[in-house]
Structure formats: C-alpha cells, structure tokens
Ligand binder design. Structure first.
Ligand SMILES: NC(=O)N[C@@H](CC(=O)O)C(=O)O
Ligand SMILES: [Zn+2]
Ligand SMILES: [Zn+2]
Length: 433
C-alpha cells in the first residue's frame, strides 16, 4: 500500500527532526532515516512544525441556500488550506439544518468532496425560530451522526426552552453550543456599545447582552448537570464568568475566534462593513483578557466562525451589511500572531487550542490525537518562519470578506493530511484521484 513519507518534521515544534510514514490512514512509523516504500509520496518538511490536524467547532458553509457565497466544496478547500481536518458546519443554512435530511446531506457532500470531515451541526429549534425543539435525536441517529446542536446566528433566549434543550442533549450525549446574545439588549445593534460606537453614531451591542446569557446558561447547565458550550466569547466579563463557572465544577466550555483575539472596535472608524461581526469587535481590554483566558485554559479553544458573505451584503451601508468574516485560511496565522509571538502559547499550546480541545469538547475520537504510531494520520505541517500577505482573491473561499486584506501575517500551513491523504500542499488543494 503506497503511503506518504514526511521527512524531517518536528512534532509539536520540539526536539530533533524525525521522519514519519503514513499508510492505511494511520501513522505507521516514526524514526530517523526512514526509507520510503515503493510509490510513497515524499514530503520534505525541512524542520517544519508537525501538529495534529485542526478542528473547527464553528464554520458557516452556506450550503444549502447561499451557494453563491460558499459551498461545501469551496469551504472544504479553505479548511484544508487552513490546516483543518474536521469542521463543524453551522445550521443557519436555507433550509435550516433542523432535520436529518439536511444534516445527512451536509455530511455526505463533505465526504464526497473528501478534503475535510464536514460534521453537520443541527439546529436546536425548528427553523432557528426559538419556539419548538428540533428533532435532535433523529439528527443524532442519522449518517451525519450530529453531535453538536446550535441555533447560532440566533440565541436560544427562552430560558425554559434552553433548559429543556440542555436536558434533552444530555440524555442523547450531544453538545449544545450557544450564541450568547440577549436579543432584548441588542435590538438594532451593529457595533460594540462603547466610546467608538458613540462617536461614530452606531447603535451599540452591550457586553451584558452576551454575559447575561453566559451566566444564565452556566446556571442552567449546573442545575441540569449537563454540558454547555459558549460560541465566540468576546468580552473580559465572559472570561471571568466562564472561569467562575469552571471553578464551581460546572461543565462549561468556550471558544474564541481569531478575529476577537486580534481586532478591536477601533477598526470601525472607516465604516467598512468588513469589520461588522456578531458578537462585535470589542475593546483592547477585552482582546487582552481573551488572549490571557485562552493561554490559561479558561477559554478552551479557537473556532473560526468563518462566515462568508456576498459582496452586495458587505460592501454597503454599515447598518444594513450582514455580520461575519472569513476565517478558515487565516486562523493559524492569527493564532501565531496573537498567542505564539507574544509568548502566550507554544506549539503544544497551539495543538491544544486548535485541535485537541475542540476534538475532546465534541467527542471526535479520530481527531486531536497524539502524534504517535498507530494513531490516525490527521496532521498539519506548519512553516513557523513563513510570512505571507493576505489577498482575498487568492483565498479559496467564494466570498472575499476577510478583515485581514493586505496584512502580512506570520506562519503558514504547508501541508494537510486527512487519514494519511494529502488534502492541501504548498497552497493548493489536492482532490482525490
Ligand atoms: N458571526 C456572524 O457575524 N455571523 C454569522 C452568524 C453568527 O455566528 O452568529 C453568520 O452566519 O454570518
Ligand atoms: Zn453566533
Ligand atoms: Zn457563527
């Protein structure tokens, strides 16, 4: 069986260079001076960092419904180029992924494309309307084996419904991920409520809209003795609340996006809607608290909230533009810029926040595994010394709404391996033969 021989890689950026041979979907040998077998593809790593493949708990792929902005195929390409071997595709599609027909389609189409495992996220409520629980059990039992449910884009704001969803999820052994936004506090809001929004005349989204739901859901999870996951944490107060809840023994986990680790609301001065996102870009003090929370493990992981939008929905008046930004292809570089460069995380830490913790949170047995013989060959090779300039037209996404246009960023994914198959290399995706 032909395989892949990776020569001179540094697992977790530690120790001396080693060679690894991948075959039959697994790591079959690790050593020095390994010989390639006949028909093996050889990848020269030249001392680059080898990590477990990244797992994104929060991706929007827009299929079905808005294939003009992203498809499972284009989003899978972006994911593979970004070093991801598994992504979770949010349910706010059209039709909504609130039935097994849609969730199974997403899984099957992802497998057909074959660049990354696209795990469907099921809606918590029918049509994301927040009124009636969706058939979570049927979706969990489908071929897509839904293991995470979220109304992302909307908050499950009714506390009684959220309580029932948590109880139901607990009995099914699945995870509820909450978009924490008290809707009564964000009517008409388009930007973080603070001095910048006041100066620019933009309606504000107060921190309390997020934090009040985080606190409430922590208490609901405590009482129901179940887990809850907080999507896109964006404030210093959320970090404090999650820390408090974990200290109480509550099963709460949280993610932060790359953009909330790098950008703050000073970006809004230009009124360029590329910076419009939910939750909004906050203040520099929030950014610092999120970075520290991620370094300390209070915030468990990084999730991209990759949210492609069409030009006509972004290049328009700030107040009416859609919220969301691209994230899959730039995630690693932003994590290096905000966490590795300032010394807040080492490469082990990067493996933890981009691969191991997300895989654990959602219970994926074949992802985020140690780089050892006999383990699944879901891996990413990273050039820690590279730097590159982001150009939206060179990204694989159909949409162009990256907030990092023209920025020069550190580190680059040079190859991605899904069950031992090369899915991306040197900036190109590798489709199955
Ligand atoms: N993050 C965003 O601003 N937008 C997301 C929805 C969401 O994550 O809430 C989208 O679907 O576009
Ligand atoms: Zn959201
Ligand atoms: Zn989202």
């Amino acid at each position: 069986m032909s395989g892949v021989l990776i020569r001179n890689a540094r697992p977790y950026g530690e120790g001396d260079n080693v060679d690894l041979r991948l075959a039959d979907g697994e790591i079959v040998a690790i050593g020095t001076g390994l010989d390639a077998e006949e028909h093996d593809e050889i990848i020269e790593a030249d001392g680059q960092v080898l990590l477990p493949g990244f797992v994104d708990l929060h991706t929007h792929l827009r299929e079905p419904g808005r294939e003009d902005t992203e498809t499972i195929e284009s989003g899978s390409a972006a994911a593979a180029l970004g070093g991801f071997t598994a992504v979770f595709a949010m349910a706010n599609t059209n039709p909504v992924a609130d039935s097994v027909v849609v969730t199974d389609h997403v899984w099957r189409r992802g497998q057909e494309v074959g660049l990354v495992d696209v795990h469907p996220v099921g809606a918590v409520t029918v049509g994301l309307a927040g009124k009636q629980l969706a058939e979570m059990g049927t979706m969990a039992a489908g071929v897509g084996a839904v293991r995470m449910f979220s109304d992302d884009g909307h908050c499950v704001d009714d506390p009684l419904l959220m309580r029932r969803a948590l109880e139901y999820a607990s009995s099914l052994g699945v995870l509820i991920a909450q978009h924490a936004e008290e809707p009564r506090l964000t009517v008409g809001a388009v930007a973080h409520e603070g001095p910048t929004a006041a100066k620019l005349g933009l309606a504000g989204w107060p921190r309390a809209a997020e934090e009040s739901i985080v606190a409430r859901d922590a208490l609901l999870a405590r009482d129901a003795n179940t887990r809850v996951h907080i999507c896109h944490a964006s404030t210093a107060g959320t970090v404090e609340l999650v820390k408090w809840a974990k200290g109480q023994g509550i099963s709460i986990t949280a993610e932060v996006t790359p953009h909330h680790l790098l950008l703050d609301d000073s970006r809004l001065e230009t009124y360029d809607a590329v910076n419009k996102v939910n939750p909004p870009l906050r203040e520099a003090t929030d950014v610092a608290a999120l970075r520290q929370g991620l370094a300390d493990g209070v915030i468990d992981c990084v999730a991209t909230d990759h949210a492609p939008h069409a030009e006509q929905d972004k290049c328009c008046e700030f107040a009416v533009a859609r919220p969301g930004m691209l994230g899959l292809e730039t995630a690693l570089s932003i994590v290096v810029e905000t966490m590795v460069a300032p010394g807040l995380l080492d490469w082990r830490g990067v493996a933890r926040v981009l691969s191991e913790r997300p895989a654990e949170i959602v219970g994926l047995p074949d992802q985020g595994r140690p780089i050892e013989i006999g383990e699944p060959a879901n891996l990413v090779l990273v050039d820690p010394n590279a730097s590159w300039t982001v150009t939206s037209k060179d990204l694989a996404s159909i949409s162009a709404n990256t907030p990092y246009e023209s920025m020069t960023l550190p580190a680059r994914v040079t190859a991605t391996f899904l069950r031992g198959r090369v899915t991306a290399q040197a900036g190109h995706v590798r489709k199955r033969d």
